[in-house]
Write a protein that binds this ligand. Structure first.
Ligand code: AOF
Ligand code: ZN
Length: 370
């Protein structure tokens, strides 16, 4: 019983330090390019001697950062890392080699890196060097944080989050698409944080024409963290004097267009700083082929995509079956029957009452609920 108790305590300690590593890794979300945002903690005799996370642009890697902080103290320490340390010579030398050279005694990692260049070989290398390796601590959390990387490698598409802000009666705008304030300040701040943690934000052209949004991150101290803005604009209808086009030189603007778009429009928008990306139209419903759009975005390095509306884009994504998470924000006011349905005629209950979806978390944000 004593042995069992000690093992339980050790497992709890491992989970606690892994949770810290996960928290550190999240600092990099939306900032590491195609690289996963990894977190690492070095612990010796119960004391944290080094912490690190994947740096802006994806390098240095988290482990190297933690090892640099720890210096000599890394010898004999335990490394907690949210993803298998790399074993390949990429744009940086393998983390596994650095871990071995530093004399780390034990490595606890959450999940394997599915990158075919790594895929178990990182752990293999460490074990071969006599390091105790333990895999599988906080698997679910790590898989969530690294969902963009996992899907990029396995399915060549980004992790897709759909944000919906609806009234009590499931509307997103008033009659005639007039925008109305649905949620309050706390919800707004949360959405901006979600934007900052994404590689790209996507909206449909209808939303651009109705709202003229800017789709940047407007949080104190985070102005530089605006993700790429993407518009589903198959016919290139975006106005040259829209806020998106105006700011295209400061923050990237990608326009997803099909072959029906005029080359002249593409040239004009390109000259204004936007990038036009061609994608095929959907065979079944009017609009672009969502799977093809996602493949194109993945190809260009997007791993975490936030879909922000409007109703048509939201419906197209839901119907594509390629939405991984929905952030459903519900305000405390009703809009009335003439308002615009959140999913363009598809009842919201087709999600909220469907067994294909489950509620993971819920939270109050001022007068609203998430
Ligand atoms: C790690 N630690 O913090 C991250 C890793 O091009 P490179 O050399 O930067 O390698 C990129 C790959 O390394 C990336 O696709 C993923 O498999 C892994 N990311 N690995 O050991 C880290 N971010
Ligand atoms: Zn590495």
């Amino acid at each position: 019983a004593k042995v069992e108790k000690a093992a339980k305590a050790a497992a709890a300690t491992d989970r606690r330090f892994m949770q810290l590593a996960l928290t550190l890794g999240r600092r990099g979300l939306g900032r590491t390019g195609t690289n996963p945002a990894v977190g690492a903690v070095l612990v010796k005799d119960g004391v944290i001697v080094g912490r690190g996370w994947t740096q802006d642009g994806g390098r240095p890697h988290a482990e190297v950062e933690a090892l640099a902080r720890a210096g000599e103290a890394a010898r004999g320490a335990t490394l907690y890392v949210t993803l298998e340390p790399c074993s390949h010579h990429g744009r940086s030398p393998p983390c596994a080699d650095a871990i071995i050279a530093a004399g780390v005694a034990r490595v606890v990692s959450a999940i394997e890196d599915p990158n075919p260049l790594v895929g178990g070989q990182g752990h293999g290398k460490l074990r071969a060097a006599g390091i105790a390796v333990e895999l599988g601590v906080c698997v679910e959390e790590a898989a969530r944080d690294h969902a963009g990387h996992l899907l990029r490698v396995r399915e060549q598409r980004p992790h897709v989050v759909l944000k919906l802000a609806v009234s009590t009666d499931d509307k997103i705008a008033a009659d005639g698409r007039k925008p109305v304030a649905i949620t309050g300040e706390a919800a707004r701040a949360r959405v901006h944080l979600l934007r900052a943690q994404s590689d790209a934000i996507l909206v449909g052209i209808g939303t651009v024409l109705a709202d003229d949004p800017e789709l940047t991150v407007r949080l104190p101290g985070m102005a530089k963290q605006s993700p790429i803005r993407v518009v589903l604009d198959r016919a290139l209808r975006i106005p040259g004097d829209s806020k998106l086009v105006h700011s295209a030189r400061a923050t990237p603007l990608w326009l997803m267009a099909s072959e029906i778009a005029e080359p002249a429009a593409a040239a004009r928008l390109g000259a204004a700083g936007a990038e036009v990306i061609r994608a095929p139209d959907c065979q079944r419903t009017p609009g672009l082929d969502i799977a093809a759009v996602l493949a194109a975005l993945s190809e260009k390095g997007v791993t975490r995509l936030l879909v922000e509306g409007g109703a048509r884009a939201a419906r197209a994504f839901v119907e594509s079956g390629l939405v991984d998470e929905i952030w459903l924000l519900r305000g405390d006011k009703a809009i009335g029957e003439d308002g615009v349905d959140a999913l363009d005629g598809l009842p919201l209950a087709s999600i909220t009452a469907s067994s294909a979806w489950r509620v993971r978390d819920s939270e109050r944000l001022g007068p609203d609920t998430l």
